[in-house]
Design a protein around this ligand. Structure first.
Ligand code: ZN
Length: 187
């Protein structure tokens, strides 16, 4: 594919199809759909301490293991399901992260109720505006991610420290961090 030769953000390996496609089609695209926002929240929380490449490779296995990222179903998982997930070699087998996903699902549903949608809650932090970088000094966290992480923590959400939140904001397009010379920057 000719598209392989386009100039992309430095973190992208153009020969790693999953990553290239993720960068080209998803990363930095504004998401307002709660279902996708929850999926990305789960994936980002599992990423803590690992590479995003690992998570991308396991994404479909996560989808199957976690009932298509259905927050209602996940919020009702019991011990038996946790044991089953811990035996699933295709996902990240961390008991702490699996348990956090269950409690995060409950909190996600509470927030949804409180704000009408999870999207409203998240986008409210930037007054529903996208933040775009003006140069290529891409930070790993900002005052905004500190603030959101703090608020999430107060609500009981786990594995969403400021750096993870920042990565989440980039993924769901609240922050658009394509580097200025990346072909996606002006799209
Ligand atoms: Zn880019």
């Amino acid at each position: 594919m000719a598209r392989k030769n386009l100039r992309r953000c430095l973190w992208v390996d153009p020969n790693f199809d999953l990553q290239r496609e993720y960068h080209d089609n998803e990363w930095g695209v504004a998401v307002f759909d709660d279902q996708l926002l929850f999926e990305m929240l789960v994936l980002e929380s599992f990423q803590a301490g690992l590479s995003w490449a690992i998570i991308l490779k396991k994404r479909e296995a996560f989808r199957t293991a976690f009932d298509g990222f259905d927050a209602v179903k996940i919020s009702n998982y019991g011990e038996e399901k946790v044991e089953e997930l811990l035996k699933n070699e295709k996902i990240v087998r961390s008991k702490a992260k699996i348990n956090a996903t269950i409690s995060n699902a409950k909190i996600f549903l509470d927030i949804k109720k409180e704000f009408g949608s999870f999207s409203n809650y998240l986008w409210g932090f930037t007054d529903h505006k996208v933040i775009k970088n003006v140069d290529d000094n891409i930070p790993t966290k900002t005052e905004l991610s500190d603030k959101i992480s703090k608020d999430m923590k107060k609500r009981g959400i786990k594995f969403m420290g400021s750096v993870t939140v920042y990565s989440y904001l980039q993924a769901i397009g609240i922050v658009n961090n394509h580097e200025t010379w990346c072909y996606k920057y002006n799209e």
